[in-house]
Design a protein around this ligand. Structure first.
Ligand code: C2E
Ligand code: CA
Ligand code: CA
Ligand code: CA
Length: 277
């Protein structure tokens, strides 16, 4: 009935108003978080399956908000990307991660060939001056470019393929490595992959988690590993949660793995390199 339609319509509007009010609040809180440096970097080890040692770590942002508590990146990265605030947040994260890694290497806690992985949004990559900023951060922290891998999500690459690919090439010219994140979840074609500038692929967690229950998922994981080797790129399996998954990946020739089975992401103070792998 008309009455019902109106009610539904009003509920919908209420919902929209509430959602947009929350987005406005979140945007203001994030702006404050940037000025007050409320972001922390957690690190999750990346394991070399050929010798079961820690080869590197992925830096993952956490927001310690005075009013919201510990906020997951899943709850603010999308808004930060929408509003462009990801540019300032990403700058703080990269500076912190490079500073930490340089210190860990210099003090002998991490090896000199440690692989630091940092997430990069397409929005950041496309921001004018991004590459010179990355260069500047490496210069300030004195971290060699060879220690740094920037991870970019495959599904976000498709909008401006030529430009993003050119920018990825410029980063690689600096000696930085590029990893394609969440591989297998996007819609980019395999033909696109032949033209993409990258050094490593990260197999998405969804394939790894279903690998032992589904032959189709197992086949995809095996195919990605074989293909990546032919591309002369490194391979990292994400979301490894069990010994069985680790053993299977090893058997398939997967070089690197990451997941709760080895360690959750942790602040540096809680890292104990001797115990994690
Ligand atoms: P991602 O880059 O795919 O990062 C991996 C996510 O999987 C992390 O979630 C990590 O904690 C989680 N994870 C790792 N191992 C396991 C596992 O064995 N099982 C399960 N269930 N989960 C696992 P987190 O830290 O909540 O980050 C979520 C996403 O937020 C990241 O996904 C990334 O897309 C984004 N993100 C995080 N930090 C940053 C950052 O500094 N910059 C940007 N642009 N994005 C970031
Ligand atoms: Ca990532
Ligand atoms: Ca990922
Ligand atoms: Ca992801």
């Amino acid at each position: 009935s008309v009455k019902q339609e109106q009610v539904r319509c009003c509920h919908h509007q209420d919902y929209m108003i509430t959602a947009s009010k929350e987005k406005t609040r979140l945007t203001a809180d994030l702006q404050r978080a940037i000025s007050n440096h409320e972001f922390a970097v957690y690190y999750q080890p990346i394991i070399d399956l050929t010798n079961d040692t820690i080869a590197g770590a992925e830096a993952l942002v956490r927001w310690h908000s005075p009013t919201r508590g510990l906020v997951s990146p899943l709850d603010f990265i999308p808004v930060a990307e929408d509003t462009g605030m990801i540019v300032d947040i990403g700058k703080q994260i990269l500076l912190q991660a490079c500073t930490d890694t340089k210190l860990q290497i210099d003090s002998g806690r991490w090896p000199t060939n440690f692989l630091l992985h940092v997430n990069m949004s397409v929005r950041e990559l496309l921001h004018p001056g991004y590459i010179s900023r990355v260069k500047e951060i490496l210069a300030i922290t004195q971290l060699p470019a060879a220690n740094l891998t920037l991870e970019i999500t495959e599904s976000r690459l498709v909008s401006q393929p030529l430009l993003t690919n050119q920018l990825l090439g410029e980063l690689r010219d600096l000696g930085i490595h590029i990893a394609i994140d969440d591989f297998g979840t996007g819609y980019s074609s395999l033909a696109y992959l032949t033209q993409l500038q990258f050094d490593a692929l990260k197999i998405d967690r969804s394939f790894v988690s279903q690998m032992l229950d589904s032959e189709n998922h197992a086949a995809i994981v095996a195919a990605i590993i074989t293909m990546t080797a032919k591309f002369n790129a490194d391979i990292v399996a994400e979301g490894v949660e069990t010994a069985e998954q680790a053993a299977h990946l090893k058997q398939l020739g997967c070089r690197y793995a990451q997941g709760f089975y080895y360690s959750r992401p942790k602040p540096l103070a809680e890292w104990d390199i001797g115990n994690s792998a």
